[in-house]
Design a binder for this molecule. Sequence first.
Ligand SMILES: C=C(O[C@@H]1C=C(C(=O)O)C=C[C@H]1O)C(=O)O
Length: 282
Amino acid sequence: MEFKKPATVLNLANIRQALVRMEDTVVFSFIERSQFYESPSVYAPNKYKIPNFSGSFLDWLLLQNEKTHSLVRRYESPDETPFFPDQLEESFLPSLNYPPILADYADEVNVNDEIRTVYIEKIVPQIAAKKGDQDENIGSTACADVDCLQALSRRVHFGKFVAEAKFQNEMARYTNLIRNKDIKGIEEAITDSAVEAKILERLIAKGHAYGTDPTLRYSQNPQSKVQPEAIAKIYKEVVIPLTKKVEVEYLLRRLGDDDEAEAQDPQRKTQLMNRLLSNSLW
Ligand SMILES: C=C(O[C@@H]1C=C(C(=O)O)C=C[C@H]1O)C(=O)O
């Protein structure tokens, strides 16, 4: 994506191509993670004594990673959303000054806490090699987790670009739906079932292609490193619903505060939206 050229970024065909490319990153990061055990110790708060830190081993590593990457401007990029937005550092590099592509509140649309929870509770058990801990590998496991989480986060928050593109393509329709706070209507408007079905079909093919030893492809029982059906299920039940949640959350604020009475009561709005979207999540 060329974020210095807003028109190309908001072209829905380009956005979809970028999402297809991100599937590769997600699938390969799952394959890397699949070498290791489930490793509950990596996710348990304060399991390890870490100087000046309270939280899980994974959170500590994720935070160090984000702090370092913030120094090279990772989170200035509009397609990167941090897990620890309040603890980033100022880069010594000059600011990139991207032209505004998304609305000014875009950074506040952040579902990373939810991504991390669902990753630990639902995704890891499906892709890990075995249950239990493997002490010598907690570092490698947590590194693989950081890659998975960052790949998932980037993919899910790309929903902001999808939403902006769809809004600009059908401004009258969305303005109406947003004014009426018609969350269900917005969800229907942004949904493209054919695109979703194609994604799931392609993920099964990618799971087979990337996860199998190619020289064994024609043998009786080629073993895929991560079950392709599990990858498709994770997309269907987690990744796509969360992307759509980002789209809806972004669109609800798109007309600005004057038009949004619920801005007075953001908690109610979140509750309502979680209820509406919860059916599609695990
Ligand atoms: C991302 C899009 O918006 C929606 C979400 C999708 C997804 O998360 O993969 C796919 C299709 C749409 O229902 C899109 O239209 O491409």
